[in-house]
Design a protein. Structure first.
Length: 275
């Protein structure tokens, strides 16, 4: 039974890998593109992609034999997301920040004791990273190993936050150990100031400047930030002002006009009763 569950987990992971493969630089993919990126067997990869086509999550071009995500893939779960995500405002915010600066833009979330890159928009400036696929969506790193992680951790109320910090240190490898009191102070500073600037983590040499997104569900914080290789040409304070202004404008955009129902349900009910 344990082996069956393990295989199910592997399949679920590979489905997510396939969907995360697609981005601005990779709007389409062949079987071999997926095989090379994730070092998967060709036969099982072809079968997986065909299954995703049958489920309506991928479209297969009959001429090029390449695959691309369908609108269904984007709409899954959208109805129950926070308004910023559901209405597409977050995607618009990413577009604006990317166009304005040319820098990489990432959205970070929290998964247990790890920070995860929920979404990655590559910038025009490249930076060095140890990952074979570079800095990309889906990557996870310990909350203590990145400035975005500190910011996400700052949303946790005490005393649970200090307990998480102690556990992060206890489970860290020797080269990632830290002083819990210093980490607690760093995280508290993020909470006090509402932003974080520092190492981006995730195997890169990059830095990140990030702020929290407002109105997220309890326990599910999101942060958005610029990821860039440190340079004299990049001013973190200017990036922070740009982030805060863009987020403010995104949140304050006027709400759509109220909608009047086309059919009056109560009237229909009364007519049915007396019909």
């Amino acid at each position: 039974m344990a082996q069956v569950e393990s295989n199910k987990a592997k399949i679920a992971k590979r489905v997510i890998e396939v969907l995360e493969f697609f981005d601005e630089d990779h709007p389409q993919a062949t079987v071999m593109d997926i095989v090379r990126r994730f070092d998967r067997p060709q036969s099982s990869t072809s079968e997986l992609l065909s299954s995703l086509v049958d489920l309506g999550l991928l479209h297969k071009d009959p001429c090029s034999r390449s695959y691309s995500p369908t609108p269904r893939a984007a709409m899954l779960g959208a109805a129950v997301q926070p308004k910023l995500v559901r209405d597409g405002a977050l995607t618009g915010l990413i577009d604006r920040l990317s166009a304005q600066t040319g820098l990489g833009v990432a959205v970070f979330g929290m998964v247990g004791l790890k920070a995860q890159v929920f979404n990655w928009r590559v910038g025009k400036r490249t930076f060095r990273t140890a990952g074979p696929a570079g800095f990309c969506g889906g990557q996870q790193d310990h909350l203590s190993d990145s400035a975005a992680g500190w910011l996400l951790l700052s949303t946790i109320a005490q005393p649970r936050r200090d307990g998480m910090i102690r556990r992060l240190n206890a489970e860290a490898s020797a080269d990632r150990k830290f002083l819990p009191t210093e980490m607690a102070a760093q995280v508290q500073a993020c909470r006090d100031h509402g932003f974080a600037t520092g190492k981006a983590g995730f195997g890169s040499i990059a830095d990140v400047t990030a702020v929290l997104l407002p109105n997220m569900p309890d326990g599910q914080p999101l942060a958005i930030g610029f990821v860039y290789e440190p340079s004299d040409q990049i001013d973190a304070d200017s990036l922070l002002r740009t982030l805060n202004e863009a987020v403010r404008r995104c949140v304050e955009e006027p709400a759509p006009a109220p909608v009047s129902p086309l059919f009056d349900a109560s009237r229909q009910t009364m007519e049915a009763k007396h019909g």
